[in-house]
Design a protein around this ligand. Structure first.
Ligand code: BES
Ligand code: MN
Ligand code: ZN
Length: 495
């Protein structure tokens, strides 16, 4: 997607579609609408009078200009009540309009902003538009539904406003491309995106964007004593990989470490999952995809941060060599773990990765994982779960959540949960049963892998797959968390 900028006035913008964002207010009270109404001989007033458009959130109206102005058509996009409008409102509105047939068929879509439009509004609009048009087409040999907009033109009459728009829109483009990368990784089938393939893609991206990527193979993983990662990988003929990504945007301060769950396919292992919907377990590497994409994005934005990404990658399959319930593994930290359920594999690979974070003397560690199906019974599809050992870090993540619209909700790690994860035969067991699985999983991570540093855990199992389609999240894998991580890194506050 190409971005262009212009200071042309409303009546001079040459484009296939010209978008005006409209609060829920009478035409006379919105200056750009008032001007348009004059140019179009009362055409805007008519649309409002007919009741077909009132500026409600998600509402759109297409008005053909019949050569009264250079723009072929005007698209009104509703924002709702003025006092409730925030950046998420713009992101959603842009997402909805991005899928209108008239917009998809437009070579150029122009957005007209008032003089007071901020960089953040431009960013939200570009994000919402690009993410709204996202489709996963890599495996379609023919695609007859492939229209998408070629370029976006951002306009504001005021010369001073154009710098803000440029800054925000360019940032929005880079961030949206990060989400597209992460969504593509989630959607790629497991026979294509194996741990080795993930590693080679990460290596190529690191080279392209100027950060370091080290790939540990199974021998090196063994030398690092990551026996839980090896145990999970044992059921598959595909060998595991462990990636260490390093982006040094500054030489100052200890690194922020991001850990992402990278199960490229989760069949459950010997504790086999039911067949229905098992194909979706190709995206059990979304955490790893989000971390990789967030580091690519941090590098592209030139963030002045020191970031390390740790990605344990493996397949969880049943076979004659697979992990069995009752087996005991010794983790990198030296904790013994009794395997109760081989489908609780994410926490196993994560405790080895979390312990490896000690090698970097981190200022904070954040892990992100499609960890527990139970997350869906807590917040539905409306939020990811947030847990951890540091209130300041959790507060920063809540702030990033508010800014991005990627909602997270806090859950506790009480001693009860730590107790439930004790095993009669080993230090820990990997499943505490049905009650509070998201919390007991977090307790397991804390006891099994977390060191003496601020740590937060984001469980994205509830939000990884969008089944009905939202304004800027079409049906499919969401890559939820990618924008949240980038925002957290951008606005980083010392913990
Ligand atoms: N990858 C799954 C969690 C998951 C389920 C993510 C559905 C997205 C949608 C994870 O590895 C898993 O199987 N968790 C088990 C843990 C249980 C056996 C303790 C679960 O949540 O059922
Ligand atoms: Mn599982
Ligand atoms: Zn899993």
């Amino acid at each position: 997607m190409q971005l262009r900028f212009d200071t042309a006035g409303l009546k001079d913008i040459a484009t296939s579609s010209l978008v005006i964002f409209c609060p829920e207010a009478p035409v006379e009270r919105v200056s750009s609408l008032k001007e348009l109404d004059r140019i179009l001989d009362g055409g805007i007033g008519k649309v409002y009078a007919s009741g077909e458009f009132e500026g409600k959130p998600g509402q759109t109206a297409v008005v053909h200009t019949l050569t009264r102005m250079p723009a072929e058509r005007v698209i009104l996009a509703g924002l709702g009540e003025k006092k409730k409008i925030d950046h998420e409102t713009y992101r959603r509105s842009a997402g909805v309009l991005s899928r209108l047939t008239a917009v998809r068929k437009s070579a150029t879509v122009a957005f007209y902003f008032d003089a007071d439009a901020s960089a953040e509004i431009a960013q939200a609009v570009v994000e919402g538009f690009i993410l709204g048009q996202y489709r996963f087409t890599q495996f379609k040999s023919s695609d007859n539904n492939n229209e998408s907009t070629g370029s976006l033109l951002l306009c504001t009459g005021a010369k001073t406003g154009i710098n803000k728009l440029t800054r925000g829109a360019e940032r929005g483009l880079i961030i949206a491309e990060g989400v597209v990368l992460a969504r593509d990784l989630s959607g790629t089938p497991a026979n294509v995106l194996t741990p080795r393939k993930f590693a080679s893609q990460a290596t190529a991206l690191a080279k392209m964007h100027g950060f370091a990527c080290t790939v540990l193979d199974e021998k090196q993983i063994k030398a690092e004593r990551m026996n839980c990662l090896l145990g999970v990988a044992n059921g598959s003929t595909e060998p595991p990989r462990f990636l260490v990504l390093k982006y040094a945007g500054t030489t100052e301060g200890k690194p922020i470490v991001l850990v992402g769950k990278g199960i490229t396919f989760d069949a459950g292992g010997i504790s086999l999952k039911p067949g229905l919907d098992m194909h979706h377990m190709r995206s059990d590497m979304t955490g790893a995809g989000c971390v990789l994409a967030a580091i690519v994005t941090a590098a592209r934005l030139g963030l002045k941060r020191n970031v390390v990404g740790l990605l344990p990658l493996a397949e969880n399959l049943p076979s004659g060599t697979a992990l069995k319930p009752g087996d005991v593994l010794t983790s990198r930290k030296g904790k013994t773990v009794e395997i109760i359920n081989t489908d609780a594999e994410g926490r196993l690979i994560l405790i080895d990765a979390l312990d490896y974070a000690n090698e970097f003397d981190p200022q904070a560690v954040i892990d992100i994982a499609t960890l527990t199906g139970g997350a869906m019974y807590i917040t539905g599809y409306a939020a990811a779960l947030l847990m951890g050992n540091n209130d300041k870090l959790k507060a920063s993540i809540r702030e990033a959540s508010d800014a991005t619209g990627e909602r997270v909700w806090p859950m506790p790690i009480w001693d009860d949960y730590r107790d439930w994860m004790k095993s009669p035969v080993a230090d820990l067991k990997n499943s505490g049963g049905k009650p509070a699985t998201s919390c007991t999983a977090a307790a397991f991570l804390e006891v099994g892998g977390v060191g003496d540093w601020p740590w937060a855990h984001i469980d994205i199992a509830s939000v990884d797959l969008e089944e009905s389609g939202k304004p800027y999240i079409p049906k499919g894998y969401t890559a939820f968390g990618m924008r949240l991580l980038v925002e957290l890194l951008s606005q980083w506050k010392k913990v």
